[in-house]
Design a protein around this ligand. Structure first.
Ligand code: AP5
Length: 217
């Protein structure tokens, strides 16, 4: 039996952090549209250049591009389930995901809404850095690497800060979230699949709450 979960929440809510744990603990496949778009922008193609400009401003990339990326990943997949991290982000994307999964005889089983105060989001985003090799997520004060400049997980020294993790872009990302993505809370509530969790708690506590949600599905 497959299980498909959406992690819904504003920038910095902890979606990526929790998705990585679910991959390790449950064997689900993480589909992060942010990661896919960062890969596209580093390709240097025309599409990649358009994507880079939009992302750096903190705006949303078009539904057409993002849905196309997800479609490619789902088609022909025999994964035991997916964790959708940062997708869907608009009502059109949510409708498209429903149709894609329906075509595979599957559905969205649960939507975990991660609730975090705006002030905490700013603090989390401004201190974040990521391993460019394995994707592990760190924070200057709450989760620094054990040895400065070296990833705890894979030993890489390729630690990066994201181009869109700055105050100006974050303001737009939050506005985009409240305007275009937060309507999905009502959309999934109406379908009976919404599960709010307190994203302000410590990482392990949030993971425990999410595990409880998954176990009940
Ligand atoms: P994306 O990469 O999806 O970024 P985001 O949604 O803005 O979310 P983040 O990755 O910033 O945060 P997160 O929730 O994963 O938090 P994390 O775990 O890293 O999208 C980037 C851009 O791509 C968008 O702006 C848009 O342009 C485009 N895009 C992507 N998807 C799209 C779509 N579907 N449609 C259109 N455009 C799209 O944690 C953050 C920090 O907090 C870390 O340092 C972490 O260590 C720390 N932390 C995590 N949890 C906790 C905790 N519980 N307590 C304390 N600290 C914590």
């Amino acid at each position: 039996m497959t299980v498909n979960i959406i992690l819904l929440g504003p920038p910095g809510a902890g979606k990526g952090t929790q998705a990585r744990r679910l991959v390790d603990e449950r064997g689900l496949v993480q589909l992060s549209t942010g990661d896919m778009l960062r890969e596209a922008r580093s390709s240097g193609t025309e599409m990649g250049n358009v994507v880079a400009e939009v992302m750096d401003k903190g705006q949303l990339v078009t539904d057409e591009i993002v849905i196309g990326l997800i479609r490619e990943k789902l088609e022909g997949s025999d994964a035991p389930g997916f964790i959708f991290d940062g997708f869907p982000r608009t009502l059109a994307q949510a409708d498209a995901l429903g149709e894609l999964l329906d075509g595979m005889g599957q559905k969205v089983d649960g939507v975990v809404e991660m609730r975090v105060d705006d002030d905490a989001l700013v603090e989390r985003i401004s201190g974040r850095y990521t391993c460019g090799n394995c994707g592990e997520v760190y924070h200057d004060s709450t989760k620094p690497t054990k040895v400065e400049g070296v990833c705890d997980v894979c030993g890489s020294t390729d630690l990066r800060r994201r181009a869109d993790d700055n105050a100006e872009s974050l303001k737009t990302r939050l506005l985009e979230y409240y305007k275009k993505t937060s309507p999905l809370i009502g959309y999934y509530y109406a379908k009976g699949t919404l599960h709010p969790v307190d994203g302000m708690a410590a990482v392990d506590t949030v993971a425990g709450e999410m595990a409880g949600v998954l176990d009940r599905l």
